[in-house]
Design a protein around this ligand. Structure first.
Ligand code: PLP
Length: 319
C-alpha cells in the first residue's frame, strides 16, 4: 500500500460540452473536472499532493518546502494543504514581490506561507538555502520538487486514470496541458495498465516536445516500478504537441484569450491563462485543422488553475 492522504473530492465529474462541440463543428467534446478537486479552488496538484505529502508525513515532516512561478497553482495548493494539516510552508517563487498580491500569490499569503524570491536561473541555490535554514531551525523541512512531478505525483494520475475507466473510459482522445510532465506520465501509465485503446495528447505549455516525452516516459516508468508493475514507457509512444507555446511560459496571447472566451461564453466554464487556456487553444486549433476525425470523442482533462484568472497580470486582458 502506498500512503495517501484522502483530501480530494473524487471522482471528479465528466461533463459534455455540447454547445462548444457544435460551434467548433468538430468531434464531440467532454471535460473531466479536475478543476473541482476541492482543495482551495482545486486543480491537478491536489491529487499529486495526496501521495507526496503522505510520504512527507511518513518522514516526520513539519514544513513543506516547494517552488514555482508567482502564479503557481502547485504552490497555492501546497500552502493550503500545509495549513489544513497544521504544517509550515516555505515557498520559493520566481520573480519579484508584486506590489499588490493577486491571484494564486494572494492565496499563498492567506494560507500563511513564507515566501522567498528567486530567479528561474538561480532558484536551486535559493531552494537549498531555504531548506537548510528550516532544517537548522528544527522545522523538519520536506522538499517537494517543481509541480510535484515525482514518481509519486505520477502515481496519483495513474489512479486518476483508473477513476476515469470506472466512469466509462469512452473517449478516443484525452487532451491535457503538460508542463513538468507528472500528470501526463500518470495518465499514460494508467492507460497502459488498463489496456485503454484511446490516445493521450499533451499540449506542452513551455518545454520542447522531446523534453516532455522523455520526462513523461521516465516518470511513468519510475511510477510503474514503485507500483511493482513490470511496465516500461518509452518516449516514442508518448504524444506531445509543442506548437502552442507562443511567447513562452505564463505569457497569455490571443489564442489563450480566445479559448478562455469560447469556453466561458458557450459553456459557462472557466479556463486559466497559463495551462488550460493554452491546452484548449491547441485543441481548438487542432479541431479547426481537421486533426480529429468527425466521429471521435475528445475528453479535455481540465487541470485547474482558475485563481490565475484573477491575477493583475491577466485579468485586465481577458475581455
Ligand atoms: C501544474 C499544472 C499543469 C501541468 O501539470 P504537470 O504535471 O506539471 O505537467 C497543468 N494545469 C494546471 C492548471 C497546473 O497547475
Amino acid at each position: 500500500m502506498i500512503p495517501r492522504i484522502r483530501i480530494a473530492h473524487l471522482p471528479t465529474p465528466i461533463e459534455p460540452l455540447p454547445r462548444l462541440s457544435t460551434i467548433l463543428g468538430g468531434p464531440r467534446l467532454w471535460v473531466k473536472r479536475d478543476d473541482q478537486t476541492g482543495l482551495a479552488l482545486g486543480g491537478n496538484k491536489t491529487r499529486k499532493l495526496e501521495f507526496v505529502v503522505a510520504e512527507a508525513q511518513a518522514h516526520g515532516a513539519q514544513t513543506l518546502v516547494t517552488v514555482g512561478a508567482v502564479q503557481s497553482n502547485h504552490c497555492r495548493q501546497t500552502a493550503a494543504l500545509a495549513a489544513r494539516l497544521g504544517l509550515g510552508c516555505a515557498l520559493v517563487l520566481f520573480g519579484e514581490s508584486p506590489k499588490n498580491p493577486s491571484g494564486n500569490y494572494l492565496l499563498d499569503l492567506l494560507f500563511g506561507a513564507e515566501v522567498t524570491w528567486a530567479t528561474r536561473e538561480t532558484y536551486e541555490a535559493v531552494l537549498q538555502e531555504t531548506f537548510e535554514k528550516a532544517w537548522v531551525e528544527g522545522r523538519r523541512p520536506y522538499l517537494i520538487p517543481l509541480g510535484a512531478s515525482t514518481p509519486l505525483g505520477a502515481i496519483a494520475y495513474a489512479y486518476a486514470f483508473k477513476e476515469y475507466m470506472e466512469q466509462g473510459g469512452e473517449a478516443d482522445w484525452i487532451v491535457l496541458a503538460s508542463s513538468s510532465a507528472g500528470t501526463q506520465a500518470g495518465l499514460v501509465l494508467g492507460a497502459r495498465l488498463s489496456g485503454w485503446r484511446g490516445r493521450i495528447l499533451g499540449i506542452s505549455v513551455d518545454h520542447p516536445a522531446g523534453w516532455v516525452k522523455e520526462r513523461v516516459a521516465e516518470l511513468a516508468s519510475q511510477a510503474a516500478d514503485r507500483l511493482g508493475e513490470a511496465v516500461r514507457i518509452t518516449p516514442h509512444e508518448v504524444e506531445v504537441n509543442d506548437s502552442y507555446i507562443g511567447a513562452g511560459y505564463g505569457v497569455m496571447g490571443h489564442r489563450e484569450i480566445e479559448a478562455i472566451q469560447l469556453f466561458a461564453r458557450h459553456e459557462g466554464l472557466l479556463l486559466d491563462p497559463v495551462y488550460t487556456g493554452r491546452a484548449a487553444a491547441g485543441m481548438i486549433d487542432l479541431i479547426r485543422s481537421g486533426f480529429f476525425k468527425p466521429g471521435e470523442r475528445v475528453l479535455f482533462w481540465h487541470t485547474g488553475g482558475i485563481p490565475a484568472l484573477f491575477a493583475d497580470r491577466y485579468a485586465p486582458n481577458l475581455l
